[in-house]
Design a protein around this ligand. Structure first.
Ligand code: XMP
Length: 517
């Protein structure tokens, strides 16, 4: 296993994902991880991440000296290389000009790390790599024992190696896809240099996790809030495999779900897999609580609170449950560890159990705590969940409640469900569903005039929204083909009495958000 020491780079999680893509387990820990914890981790290799600081500032974050004394290989990336250089007796200075973005480095192919890895060869026979650089400082004097492994005109030491100790540093970022040979470089490090085997596979992960869950809960019963989303679905499938009938799922149908979503959840889990699922039909309760409420945040609060209430009531009835399962995943864990105390425990708001009856005293089961989203999806498929469920676009906790502008009514939710379903069905038919990150319809409670046959219509408006994004923090609207939009619009207006106009949302984020409320 590989220990990744985080100095605050925006790419640290990416390093961990790339290493796991190589089939090797990795964990991210903060730079001030203490020496005992480092030893307990027993890494086969260590990667020092990049970071925003400069080693020449006063009191820069440094790597624990223990990291260099364990006798295992160390790879420093960007700031990680600089702190390695400074801590092992070299020198780092501010570069004349900063380098950000694409760069071509001469790769001196004599090191184990870069041997035979190159994008181009110069007429002189030197290897060249196309890489992604971002640095303001550069190593000007290498520590004793190191040799130059890569260089550019502005950074004579863009890579350095002490092969005897297995210490390597690169100024560029092998973890980002812009560095075309990045995956091979990381694979060379973890497999050939650290000697890790390709053991982190979906099958092994499942085996390992089911064994751990069995050990954690023994003969006890576990309750899980199933939402139909990817994470809770995969937890459900995993726990069912691990403990069978000791698992009870509670599925709250809020009446604000997508077309036939409740039936699909029941079909997959209850009928197909034989999971014990309690379906709570709470539509009336949710609609009643939302009556007359138009403010988006107020709607969110009401839906969230009611969800917890309903879930608690059902869970409270399961008198033998000792554990509550949650779909917490690794990015949630890293984010909370990065915050103030480092020990914060994130409870997903959707499954917030703050109100569970005191007497229940449930322990937490979080089998996905170590997994990234793409790993969760892969084990979901391996566990036999339908891929439409596992690769579904994200759906907000408050559901259609925030896609019906203003007051929520059953009539509106029914119209919206149908329009949304047509949009999604057509996206799938044209192979566009997986090309966009999120797509949905929004209900606008305004009427507009139309004609159909000889009749005049005066009906509601639906807006279609489709975006492309990596992280959902920024997004661009998807440039869907006109013919496609035309077909969706015709179908919606022809097939759904009550909707007479369709618009397409061409706002980016920022300044617009992805959802309309
Ligand atoms: P926005 O609208 O903020 O959406 O650009 C970014 C992503 O977050 C989802 N989203 C939510 N998810 N509860 C959730 O669980 C919410 O209240 C909520 N609001 C937005 C949204 O669907 C998108 O993927």
């Amino acid at each position: 296993r590989i220990l990744i020491i985080d100095f605050g780079s925006q790419y640290t999680q990416l390093i961990a994902r790339r290493v796991r893509d190589c089939g090797v387990y990795s964990e991210v820990h903060p730079w001030d991880m203490d020496a005992a914890a480092i030893r307990d981790f027993r890494p086969s290799g260590i990667i020092l991440s990049g970071g925003p600081e400069s080693v020449n500032e006063s009191d820069p974050p440094g790597a624990s000296q223990t990291l260099f004394e364990l006798g295992v290989p160390v790879l420093g990336i960007c700031y990680g290389m600089q702190t390695m250089a400074a801590q092992l007796g070299g020198r780092v200075e501010a570069a004349d000009h900063r380098e950000f973005g694409y760069a071509r480095v001469r790769a001196r192919g004599h090191t184990r790390l870069l041997q035979d890895i190159e994008d181009h060869t110069t007429p002189e026979g030197e290897g060249m790599l196309d890489v992604w650089m971002s640095h303001g400082d550069r190593v000007c004097e290498m520590p004793p024992g190191f040799r130059v492994m890569a260089s550019t005109d502005s950074a004579p030491v863009a890579g350095m190696a002490d092969e005897e100790r297995g210490f390597y540093g690169v100024q560029f970022h092998p973890e980002v896809t812009h560095t075309t040979q990045g995956k091979r470089i990381l694979s060379r490090f973890v497999h050939d240099i650290c000697g890790c085997e390709h053991l982190w596979t979906p099958g092994n992960i499942i085996e390992d996790m089911t064994a751990r869950v069995r050990q954690q809960v023994g003969e006890d019963h576990v309750v899980l809030g199933l939402s139909g989303g990817v994470d809770s679905s995969v937890v459900g499938a995993l726990l069912h495999k691990a403990i069978g009938d000791q698992l009870t799922c509670v599925f709250v149908d809020t009446g604000l779900l997508r077309h036939q979503e409740g039936d699909q959840v029941m079909a997959t889990f209850a009928r197909h897999m034989g999971v014990r699922v309690i379906r709570v039909d709470a539509e009336e309760r949710f609609l009643k609580a939302l009556e007359g409420v138009t403010d988006p945040e107020e709607k969110r609060r009401i839906i969230g609170r009611l969800f917890v209430e309903v879930f608690d009531e059902e869970a409270g009835r399961l008198t033998n449950a000792r554990w509550l399962a949650q779909g917490t995943i690794y990015p949630d864990v890293i984010e909370s560890a990065g915050s103030s105390t480092g020990k914060a425990h994130v409870i997903k708001s959707h499954h917030n159990v703050g109100g569970l009856p005191e007497t229940m005293k449930l322990g937490l089961v979080e089998p996905l705590r170590e997994l990234f989203k793409d790993e969760v999806r892969r084990i979901g498929v391996e566990l036999g969940l339908p891929s439409e469920m596992v690769y579904r676009h994200p759906f907000p906790g408050p559901g259609l409640g925030v896609r019906i502008l203003g007051e929520v009514k059953k009539e509106y939710a029914d119209l919206l469900r149908r329009a949304d379903h047509i949009f999604i069905e057509e996206l799938r038919r044209d192979g566009l569903y997986d090309q966009v990150s999120q797509a949905f319809a929004v209900f606008l409670p305004v009427r507009s005039v139309g004609v159909m046959g000889d009749g005049r219509r005066y009906d509601f408006v639906v807006a279609l929204r489709a975006v492309e994004t990596i992280d959902f923090m920024t997004a661009r609207w998807a440039h869907l083909p006109y013919e496609f939009l035309d077909r969706v619009s015709r179908r919606i207006i022809n097939e759904i009495p009550g909707i007479s106009r369709v618009t397409y949302d061409i706002s980016g984020k920022p300044p617009a958000t992805i959802e309309w409320e």
